[in-house]
Design a protein around this ligand. Structure first.
Ligand SMILES: [Zn+2]
Length: 502
């Protein structure tokens, strides 16, 4: 969202009421992640501006177009997590040269190399480094908590840039960082750093053991990732569910949070694994028509082949350089045999060429790795389109949240069972156009009712980002009347009015 061009465009939309439409080259040019994408579209909708894609006419403002956009945005989000290709390349080179490529660890500073100011290296922050060393020595005794170590540092004069004490999480990050004993772990790569060490590996390892031991008895709340948080509601009273862990029983629950002056709700606690499985099962009923799958796959493949081309071009360039070096070595060899150069000269040339070849080899390796990474992502996305259930269950929690937000708006639970499901606006739109997009499999669901058309206004829910969804009034009226008309599987009985909240 921070790109100036994009900001200009959004400002213009807000100021100039005569703007009716925005044309873009390709939907994946619009936003680099799904959340931004939703936000941008929400702003456009609010100001009554339509979005058109030049390369995919007629696709952007249909539910189908919206869904495709979101999936593509999901792909782009995965993609942009690898930052921009160009920056990454130079960062990776720096990493392989033995220098930490991005923000430096507390206790170190970025500086220019004495001989060559332009070359950036990492030096010890003489003021803070001793305090970092002290933190490790203090914590390894096992007598202090992370908080106590943090506060001790503060007393000794350790201040953040904002002149505050370190955040607890930052202190943990420091104590867990292998950089201090010289190991650099970055984007799945490992290398030994050239920076000066603050501690030795043995001390670091002992600190990790102490931390593991402390965590065994500490509150485990942070460890639990309640992925349905914010999406589950009590079907009896409409209250949002909360999640908690009971250390004594070693079980986690979602439950109705109604309390205080209100009447106590008789709703039951439901175990986390139980309801999460019920939610996962819902994905089994999502099956796109072959036609829709094909279109989506084609689009995703197009994006990937474009990216693959760029990498392959880089690889060809590197291979050419490699060939030239090898040729140079052969020429030197011929000159040696011809008595044109001395043995020492030849050895010197050979060593130099070997070094350069090594660097090229590293670079080729990085490119291959990138290519594989991309192929893995492609596979994930294709699986997502072809088998939503499998893709969902295989995903890490972060991705699960993304999928949940993409598909569902609300689960209402009573008696430990999901009673009612409201799919996301986009999915509701898709379901109404089911012949085009979904097979009729979801109609077989005997369990929870899936509400495919709603006469109420709603805002799209994005897991983890937005707050309350449906206005209490709406919620109450739906509860009392049960409104059979709304719980209809007949498409087109009510025209869906998608309102994107700003
Ligand atoms: Zn309740």
């Amino acid at each position: 969202m921070n790109r100036p061009g994009l900001q200009d465009m959004l400002l213009k939309i807000q100021d100039d009421k005569t703007i009716r439409a925005v044309f873009i080259q390709d939907t994946d040019r619009l936003a680099r992640n799904a959340l931004d994408h939703m936000q941008i579209k929400a702003i456009m909708k609010k100001h009554d501006v339509e979005l058109f894609s030049v390369s995919q006419p007629g696709i952007t403002d249909s539910p189908e177009g919206n869904f495709m956009d979101l999936v593509i945005a999901g792909v782009n989000q995965l993609q942009s997590q690898i930052t921009s290709r160009k920056t990454l390349k130079s960062l990776e080179l720096k990493f392989w040269e033995g220098w930490w490529p991005t923000g430096v660890a507390v206790g170190y500073l970025n500086a220019g190399e004495p001989d060559d100011e332009k070359k950036r290296i990492i030096i010890v922050d003489e003021e803070r480094a001793p305090l970092i060393q002290e933190a490790f020595k203090m914590y390894v005794t096992g007598d202090y908590s992370v908080f106590e170590v943090r506060d001790a540092l503060y007393k000794k004069g350790f201040r953040t840039h904002a002149d505050k004490r370190l955040a607890h999480s930052k202190m943990i990050e420091i104590l867990k960082n292998p950089f201090y004993y010289g190991e650099m772990r970055w984007r799945g790569l490992v290398n030994t750093g050239k920076h000066k060490l603050l501690i030795d590996k043995d001390l670091w390892e002992r600190v990790q053991l102490v931390m593991a031991e402390h965590n065994r008895y500490a509150c485990h709340r942070q460890k639990f990732n309640f992925i349905l948080r914010g999406l589950t509601f009590c079907a009896n009273c409409g209250q949002r569910y909360t999640a908690e862990h009971h250390p004594k029983k070693n079980k986690s629950y979602y439950h109705c949070n109604r309390s205080g002056d209100q009447i106590k709700c008789q709703d039951k606690y439901v175990e986390v694994w139980d309801i999460e499985q019920q939610v996962a099962n819902l994905f089994k009923y999502i099956e796109f028509t072959p036609n829709f799958t094909d279109r989506l796959v084609t689009k995703i493949e197009k994006i990937y082949s474009g990216r693959k081309e760029v990498i392959n071009k880089d690889k060809r360039g590197l291979n050419t350089q490699k060939m030239m070096l090898e040729k140079k070595r052969d020429t030197a060899e011929e000159k040696l045999f011809g008595g044109l150069i001395t043995d020492d000269d030849f050895t010197r040339i050979k060593v130099k060429i070997k070094e350069q070849l090594g660097l090229l080899q590293d670079e080729l390796y990085i490119q291959d790795k990138k290519l594989n990474m991309r192929i893995d992502e492609l596979q994930d996305m294709l699986l997502f389109v072809r088998n939503a259930y499998e893709a969902y269950t295989k995903s890490p929690d972060e991705m699960k949240r993304l999928f949940l937000g993409l598909y569902w708006e609300r689960f209402e639970v009573a008696d430990k069972k999901i009673q009612t499901v409201i799919p996301s606006p986009i999915i509701r739109g898709l379901m109404q156009a089911e012949d085009m997009v979904f097979t009729k499999k979801y109609k077989e669901i005997a369990g929870p009712r899936i509400i495919t058309d709603l006469a109420v206004e709603f805002t799209p829910f994005i897991a983890g980002k937005s707050k309350s969804k449906i206005a209490p009034k709406t919620q109450k009226s739906r509860q009392i009347a049960e409104i059979p008309a709304m719980i209809s599987n007949q498409p087109n009985s009510v025209i869906l009015d998608t309102v994107w909240g700003g």
